[in-house]
Design a protein around this ligand. Structure first.
Ligand SMILES: NC(=O)c1ccc[n+]([C@@H]2O[C@H](COP(=O)([O-])OP(=O)(O)OC[C@H]3O[C@@H](n4cnc5c(N)ncnc54)[C@H](O)[C@@H]3O)[C@@H](O)[C@H]2O)c1
Length: 349
């Protein structure tokens, strides 16, 4: 096998330790040689746990390591844009976690810079990599439900605010609340399954009913609570999207509400319907026709986003998560906030 590429991981918090570092270490083509985090304690913890030789408290020192080919970025949202830009300008391939950026202007610049420097760049939309969802996509692509015309997607938590007072609940660091945290996941997966990112108009509303009162607090995230009780983001978001050709999508996401937690995507097609998870197809005559699972053994698909990202670099493949699609998701997120503020439908340009 060719020489392994060297990967640096920027951010040593929860998603880095749960997914980015172990994900990259699953790749047969890569080794994780450095980790950076402003928290020396978390950096040390990650380096010891995953046997990583170099640690930095300033990510720019990691980027200065010539031997690093690629970076994986697992930082608070406000840092996605500047750190990805620094990485791309330093000639490193980059995978950044969701949401892509704080707004579409930043997102567009990230794409342009990756293109200019001929580097692999993707947003790690991990829901696309679940086996269930990969098979659902295959089933829709093979025409099993006919033409998708409408979808409903929801991701509901109860007591799921990621630590009130941490960067997640402060707009200047997160850019927004549950919409950017969870909405981005189900929206991306829904449009991916529908096979259309041609969103034309968006109407939406966000609500902030619980976090401000200290209710709905959850446990996700390793960062400190920056300001003990600061909460200026939404804990519920809903939206209605119109796509080219008259297709529509309804979105419902919450960190906390007095509702049954859960998540799911339902795609209505002209010949059948598909719901996931668990991925099932509903047909005209039988209730479930056919279940997707038995096909799984035959379909070789990437199930880990870091492995896929590294495979794209080494074997010169196109990432499954096309950054232009991530830009469209960012535009939709921006439009939902605008619509909520103005009380009007927003056209996507
Ligand atoms: N794809 C997913 O399923 C998923 C799940 C959770 C979080 N995320 C995303 O991953 C990102 C990180 O989330 P998390 O849950 O790991 O948060 P976290 O708070 O647990 O970790 C963030 C880390 O970044 C470090 N950091 C902050 N500023 C830094 C800087 N300037 N340089 C280096 N390190 C710095 C913090 O010290 C912390 O260790 C967020 O954008 C979040 O939206 C994605």
């Amino acid at each position: 096998m060719a020489k392994k590429i060297k990967v640096g991981v920027i951010g040593a918090g929860q998603v880095s330790q749960l997914q980015h570092i172990p994900g990259a270490q699953q790749s047969p083509y890569a080794e994780v040689v450095a980790v950076a985090d402003t928290s020396k304690a978390r950096c040390k913890e990650a380096a010891e746990k995953f046997n990583i030789p170099n640690t930095f408290s300033d990510y720019k020192d990691l980027l200065a390591m010539d031997e690093i080919d690629a970076v994986s970025i697992a930082l608070p949202n406000f840092l996605h844009y500047p750190v990805t830009m620094d990485a791309l300008k330093a000639g490193k391939h980059a995978m950044c976690d969701k949401p892509m950026a704080m707004n579409q202007t930043e997102a567009k610049r990230m794409i342009d810079t990756a293109k200019k420097n001929r580097l692999v760049f993707m947003i790690g939309q991990n829901m696309r990599f679940s086996r269930e969802n990969q098979l659902a996509k295959k089933a829709i692509e093979s025409g099993k439900i006919g033409e998708p015309y409408h979808a409903r997607c929801r991701l509901q938590r109860r007591n799921g605010i990621p630590r009130i007072g941490s960067w997640f609940t402060q707009k200047k660091y997160s850019g927004g609340g549950v919409l950017l945290d969870l909405g981005v996941h189900v929206l991306d997966l829904t449009l991916h399954l529908m096979g259309s990112f041609d969103v034309e108009t968006v109407s939406g509303q966000v609500f902030s009913k619980f976090g401000r009162k200290g209710l709905g607090d959850g446990t996700w995230g390793m960062s400190e609570r920056v300001k003990a009780k600061t909460y200026d983001v939404e804990d519920y978001a809903t939206a209605f999207l119109r796509l080219k050709g008259g297709k529509t999508v309804i979105l419902e996401v919450c960190w906390h509400a007095y509702l049954q937690p859960g998540h799911g995507i339902d795609i209505c097609g002209t010949k059948g319907g598909l719901s996931t998870p668990p991925a099932k197809i509903f047909g005209e005559k039988k209730d479930i026709e056919p279940p997707i699972a038995p096909e799984s053994a035959k379909v070789p698909l990437p199930t880990e986003r870091l492995v896929h990202f590294i495979d794209c670099i080494v074997n010169k493949k196109k990432p499954i998560c096309d950054p232009k699609q991530s830009l469209m998701i960012q535009k939709v997120l921006d439009a939902i906030y605008k619509s909520s503020k103005t009380g009007r439908e927003v056209k996507i340009k």
